[in-house]
Design a protein around this ligand. Sequence first.
Ligand SMILES: *Cc1c(COP(=O)(O)O)cnc(C)c1O
Length: 345
Amino acid sequence: MSTATLTIDLDAICANWRALDGQSTGETAAVVKADAYGLGADRAARALARAGARTFFVAVAEEGAALREALGPGPVINVFSGHMPGDADMIGDMDLVPMLNSLDQMIRHVEALPGRPFGVQLDSGMNRLGMEPAEWAATREVALGQSPTLLMSHLACADEPDHPMNRQQLDCFRDMTADTGVPLCFANTGGVLLGPDYHFDMTRPGIGLYGGRPFEEARPVVTLDLPVIQCRDLEPGETVGYANSFTAQRPTRIATVAAGYADGIHRAMAATTHMLAEGTPCPLAGRISMDLISVDVTDLGYDPKSLQLLGPEQGVDVLADNAGTIGYEILTALGPRYARRYLGG
Ligand SMILES: *Cc1c(COP(=O)(O)O)cnc(C)c1O
């Protein structure tokens, strides 16, 4: 195998969805934006639909249109960015539900697509998307008169259970949605874990489905195996890679694997990351290049055919910590050069 292989366990995604669904009091939707966090929205969403998910969320209408092609009619596809200029045909033809973020978007939607479904996104304090309390107060009667399918808001600090922002946003969301009679949706993965106060009628986890923090009990979803292109022996004092960033302290065996930072393997993780040969960790040697990584396999005693970067032993969040980032960024950065192989589903 000459290309690196990203293996995605669809059964694990579905098991994670079921586990979060089991903790939620209402319906559990699935967030599949950014190609299901880089793992393949078509495959992930089809598997989740078979597992029982009836509602999906995407970031923009284009993603929703592609998802509709994959899922066919039936499942609800909600769009976080709402109704953007030029989106009316796509929203109408592909049966998407925009989460309207402003009075402008609401006017655009009801003028272009009268009678077609929409939700409303409310800003409960994150100050990123949605109507703020004053705008909502002025829009509320008109909006409710058009029968929105959902009122939603988003938590800024849900992965920190003790953060006072959670309760503050909850109070704000409750105030804004009181006596509306419209289904409510508030919780991402972190919100589900905050408990039933945060669940309302529908939850919408993303990262937890794909095996990332803060859903610590998640089943691992991805493994990444990188083929070894070449192995070589180094004498003590010889160096490896750009800037001579590794110097052999002893007779050393170096394996070079076919992937690099252009494939989403952040340079910053090099110092603390290992690659595994059938479970045995081997340290990286020097810098991560664009398409290549050098690995010290001296202690292995044999030349491996491939080395594993991501898997059950070294998960998404370990790599995230090593790179000084979050699991979301590790997943969404996984590049287009990998052969994607799907298990289960
Ligand atoms: C991405 C996103 C989610 C999913 O969040 P996770 O932390 O991945 O569970 C939910 N709601 C909104 C508005 C989002 O942008």
